[in-house]
Design a binder for this molecule. Structure first.
Ligand SMILES: NC(=O)c1ccc[n+]([C@@H]2O[C@H](COP(=O)([O-])OP(=O)(O)OC[C@H]3O[C@@H](n4cnc5c(N)ncnc54)[C@H](OP(=O)(O)O)[C@@H]3O)[C@@H](O)[C@H]2O)c1
Length: 232
C-alpha cells in the first residue's frame, strides 16, 4: 500500500513509541489521526487530527472507529499501540487485575479491529506486542496473557479479513522504561540482547511502515528487539 494520502488511526499515538509511529506515518504521506487518553497537549502538537477515548471503557472502544471516520473520513490503517504494563504475579492475578490489563491490551484492539472491518474497504492493521511473548515472564502474568493473546488475534484476524485487509504485529524489545519508571535509575536493565543494543522508537516505527507498505505479508509478527526473543 502506498501510504501517501491514506488515513491512519494510531492509538496512544501522542507519546513515546506511538509518537514515533505517528511521525513516521506522517513522513510517509499518511493523514494521521492521533488517539490519546490523557496526552492531549502532546497529541495536538503532532497535528490537528486528534481523538480522545478511554480504552478502559468498552463503550468508548465500540464508538472510536465510527467517531473517527465520521470526523475525518474512512480509515485505511489502524495501529493498535496503546497499552498498559503492570507488574503482577500469578498470586496477585485476581480477575479484576487481569481484566484491568486485558481490557486496554486485548479487548480494545479486538473491538477496534472488528469495527475497522465493518468499513468494508481494503485496509492494514498493525498490533503492538512484546518480545516477551516467546518467554514466560512470571512477574507480569496479566500483561503476558494480553500480549500472547493479541498475537493469536493477529493471526485469526489475518485469516478472517483476507484478502482485503492485512493484519500484522510488531514485537518490540526493551525500547523505553515504562512511563512510571522513566526517572528511576534502578529500573532493570534490558537483559541479554544478542545485538547488544536496545531498539529505538524509530526502529519500531520503521518496521510499522514496512509492514504497512507491503501487500504480501499477513498474520506475521516482526521482532524488533536485537534478537532478544531468542534468549527466552
Ligand atoms: N516501551 C517498551 O520498551 C515496549 C517494549 C515492548 C512492547 N512495547 C509495546 O509497544 C507499545 C508502545 O509502548 P510504549 O511504552 O510507548 O507505551 P506506553 O507509553 O506505556 O503507552 C502508550 C499510550 O497508551 C495509552 N493508553 C494506555 N492506557 C489507555 C487507555 N485505557 N485508554 C486509552 N489510551 C491508553 C496512553 O495514552 P495517553 O498518554 O494519551 O494517556 C499511553 O501514552 C505498547 O503496546 C507496548 O506494550 C513497548
Amino acid at each position: 500500500m502506498d501510504l501517501n494520502g491514506k488515513r491512519a488511526l494510531v492509538t496512544g499515538g501522542a507519546v513515546r513509541i506511538g509518537r514515533a509511529i505517528s511521525e513516521a506515518l506522517a513522513d510517509a504521506g499518511a493523514e494521521v489521526i492521533v488517539h490519546f487518553r490523557s496526552s492531549e497537549k502532546a497529541a495536538k502538537a503532532l497535528g490537528p487530527n486528534v481523538i480522545q477515548a478511554d480504552l478502559d471503557d468498552p463503550a468508548q472502544c465500540e464508538n472510536l472507529i465510527q467517531k473517527a471516520s465520521e470526523r475525518f473520513g474512512p480509515l485505511d490503517i489502524l495501529v493498535n499501540n496503546a497499552a498498559v504494563f503492570h507488574q503482577c504475579s500469578l498470586r496477585e492475578s485476581t480477575q479484576e487485575a487481569v481484566l484491568k490489563e486485558l481490557q486496554p491490551n486485548l479487548f480494545a484492539p479486538l473491538t477496534l479491529i472488528r469495527e475497522f472491518a465493518k468499513q468494508k474497504r481494503p485496509g492494514k492493521i498493525i498490533n503492538l506486542l512484546d518480545r516477551r511473548i516467546t518467554s514466560h515472564d512470571t512477574a507480569y502474568v496479566p500483561y503476558m496473557l494480553s500480549k500472547k493473546s493479541l498475537e493469536e488475534l493477529t493471526k485469526l484476524a489475518a485469516l478472517e479479513l483476507a484478502p482485503e485487509t492485512t493484519v500484522n504485529a510488531i514485537a518490540p524489545g526493551a525500547v523505553l522504561p515504562p512511563p512510571d519508571k522513566k526517572d528511576d535509575t534502578t529500573w532493570e536493565p534490558a537483559g541479554v540482547i544478542p545485538l547488544d543494543k536496545r531498539p529505538a522508537p524509530k526502529d519500531i516505527a520503521n518496521a510499522v511502515v514496512y509492514l504497512l507498505e507491503t501487500d504480501i505479508i499477513t498474520g506475521q509478527t516482526l521482532f524488533i528487539d536485537g534478537g532478544q526473543h531468542l534468549t527466552g
